[in-house]
Ligand binder design. Structure first.
Ligand code: AG3
Length: 288
């Protein structure tokens, strides 16, 4: 969230993310596993008795062991379940590997993950199980590069692109811009789908609406959906489903086994937007 891009507490036994000037979320910390500053951001991983291991970047919660599946499953499965034959997948961001672990529940051909910060990947590999779990899987390439540069330079085409960015501040801000999505569209096969995280409906609705404006200029199918993420600002999170022709409610396969959050019914329900979002997002005119 823009106004809070700052801080985690300086107190050694407590970390916090401020959601507004006057509210936020605090974590008592057990062991601090990693605290370093990369060329891009501050990386912190610590243990919390309630949420398990927590990853923060620049003081913003990215993932926790306890609720990661709320987010990773909802970012990945709606797109992969709605594509006729997802084979070649691109992930932008997501260096912690949570998205990859979900993608490899499908029999895909290739998956390419592009993460700007090698130190995020190194730290996550050490302290979370997801990257080690997928390393060596068929067709996986891990590329350390700016996602925007990658998409400008690659000539590869993809069936599904998953954008696991952080908030639109710091290294991730370019991943929220119109030109980035225009480039992605050029790298998408005809039935291709893009799924991306869109922030907090409670706090970020003006930005979500702004993005809707340019999405509608680029993609014929633009659908937002939501799901809870207990440790993200506002508790309810939003995502977008973009495509030339795939429809989000045209679910083509059963979910892989052993998911903890996503089901077919959750998928369908997620696209039914709460009234306060409909009020803002229902005029479907493309932006100029
Ligand atoms: N990426 C989205 C995190 C957004 C959280 N925002 C915040 N806490 N203000 C998560 C990466 C996990 N793979």
């Amino acid at each position: 969230m823009k106004q809070n891009s700052k801080k985690s507490s300086a107190h050694p036994f407590e970390m916090r993310e401020c959601h507004t000037e006057s509210a936020g979320l605090f974590f008592k910390t057990g062991r601090i596993l990693c605290r370093l500053t990369s060329p891009f951001q501050k990386i912190e991983i610590f243990e919390n008795p309630t949420y398990g291991r927590v990853l923060m970047l620049d003081g913003l919660v990215q993932t926790t062991e306890k609720d990661e599946h709320f987010y990773h499953e909802m970012l990945v499965h709606p797109a992969l379940a709605s594509h006729p034959e997802p084979q070649d997948i691109l992930v932008i961001g997501g260096g912690d590997g949570g998205v990859l672990k979900e993608i490899y529940k499908y029999p895909i051909r290739e998956c390419c993950l592009v993460e700007i910060d090698a130190l995020v990947m190194e730290a996550a590999e050490k302290y979370f199980p997801w990257l080690p779990q997928v390393k060596g899987k068929k067709g996986l390439s891990l590329i350390v590069e700016d996602g925007r540069k990658f998409i400008e330079q690659t000539d590869r085409m993809f069936d599904v692109v998953i954008i696991d960015s952080s908030d639109p501040v710091g290294p991730s801000s370019v991943l929220h811009e119109k030109t980035f999505f225009e480039r992605i569209k050029k790298r998408l096969n005809p039935s291709g789908i893009v799924a991306g995280q869109m922030g907090s409906p409670l706090f970020d609705l003006p930005e979500i609406k702004k993005k809707q404006g340019f999405f509608l200029n680029i993609f014929p199918v633009v659908r937002f959906y939501t799901g809870p993420v207990p440790t993200y600002p506002g508790g309810l999170w939003s995502y977008v489903f973009l495509s030339e022709k795939a429809r989000p409610l045209d679910i083509r396969r059963e979910p892989p086994p052993d998911l903890k959050f996503y089901t077919r019914e959750v998928h369908e329900a997620a696209f039914a937007l709460p009234q306060f979002m409909k009020d803002e997002l229902s005029d479907k005119k493309p932006a100029d």
